[in-house]
Design a protein around this ligand. Structure first.
Ligand code: AMP
Length: 302
């Protein structure tokens, strides 16, 4: 099954304890699509400015990603500045320059209408909802968001959540969205807002999936990594591996969901090894399978 993703295609300016990078390729849709492209066909809807070159776009097309839905507008590409201290799980946003995203009206190429899965990667919730409404025939909708939109676009976000089947967010976002201190209570509340499944990501400690039908939650590990060079994009890369694996399977069974949680963790663990999407660009399917085995051995008792 093919996945259509809408979200930020960006430049990131980053500082971590391992160094700094200025205006490197980033964005939620970029990380998501690179990661998902190891499992299935991916199409992107987004917008970039005239500082976004054909070399930047080639990073996506070289992985077979369909970029016909990326609009080229005059102006500057979305630019995010982030910094990490000793806590690799929390980015401190230094600036968010929406630039061309400010007046973006998503246009979906006709060739994308047969996409079976839609992923609403991080971007203004109204844009997510607009794309959701323009894709009425999709079989499954995944989504993500962040603290900025929970704080300044809560009402719009709540509208979007009604249309999302699987929401993927991190611990802090889950608590912020629900004003709950307990993760379990936060999960219960979110599962009344629309999503049938909720993946809460715990950064370097793994991720847990909760279900609205009362089934037991399931937790997948993260790989203990000695040197996290740049955590940027780990969450979107997780989502790409998770949704990509689901798209590659004939049916959405509980076993598929559990394995998807592992593949999400596997993909995220590669991204943080280097700055930006560098590690995803050089990655191979064999390396992914080798690390999947490592993830199994990390948690299997017998
Ligand atoms: P994460 O997976 O949470 O580390 O996401 C990192 C990516 O999110 C970066 O590459 C940023 O370009 C992108 N990003 C940061 N802030 C926003 C925002 N407000 N809206 C959309 N994308 C963002």
């Amino acid at each position: 099954m093919s996945i259509l993703v809408v979200g930020s295609v960006a430049f990131d300016t980053l500082k971590t304890p391992f160094g700094e990078r200025k205006k490197i390729l980033g964005g939620a849709a970029t990380y998501f699509s690179l990661s998902a492209s190891f499992f299935t066909d991916v199409r992107v809807v987004g917008i970039v400015g005239d500082d976004f070159t054909s070399e930047h776009e080639a990073v996506l097309t070289n992985r077979g990603i369909d970029t016909r839905g990326i609009e080229h507008a005059s102006g500057k590409t979305f630019h995010w500045g982030g910094e990490y201290g000793d806590n690799v799980n929390e980015a401190e946003t230094k600036f968010t320059d929406l630039n061309v995203f400010e007046n973006f009206a998503p246009k979906i190429p006709d060739a994308y209408q047969d996409s079976e899965i839609l992923f609403l990667a991080n971007i203004q919730p109204e844009l997510q909802l607009d794309v959701r409404r323009k894709m009425p025939r999709v079989a499954l909708v995944g989504g993500d968001t962040m603290n900025l939109w929970i704080n300044i676009k809560r009402a719009e976000l709540l509208e979007t959540l009604k249309e999302v089947d699987i929401l993927l967010i991190n611990d802090t976002e889950a608590k912020l969205l629900t004003s709950e201190h307990s993760l379990v209570l936060a999960a219960r509340k979110i599962l009344t807002l629309g999503p049938k499944s909720l993946v809460i990501k715990h950064g370097e400690y793994g991720a847990t999936i909760f279900f609205s039908d009362g089934s037991h939650p399931f937790r997948a590990p993260a790989l203990p990594i000695a040197e996290v060079h740049d955590p940027t994009g780990a969450g979107d890369t997780f989502a790409g591996g998770f949704m990509g694996y689901i798209a590659s399977q004939p049916e959405l069974t509980p076993t598929v969901l559990k394995r998807a949680m592992f593949y999400g963790g596997v993909m995220g663990s590669f991204t943080v090894e280097r700055f930006g999407p560098e590690r995803l660009i050089s990655l191979t399917r064999d390396e992914i399978e080798e690390r999947f085995r490592l993830f199994r051995s990390l948690t299997h008792l017998d």
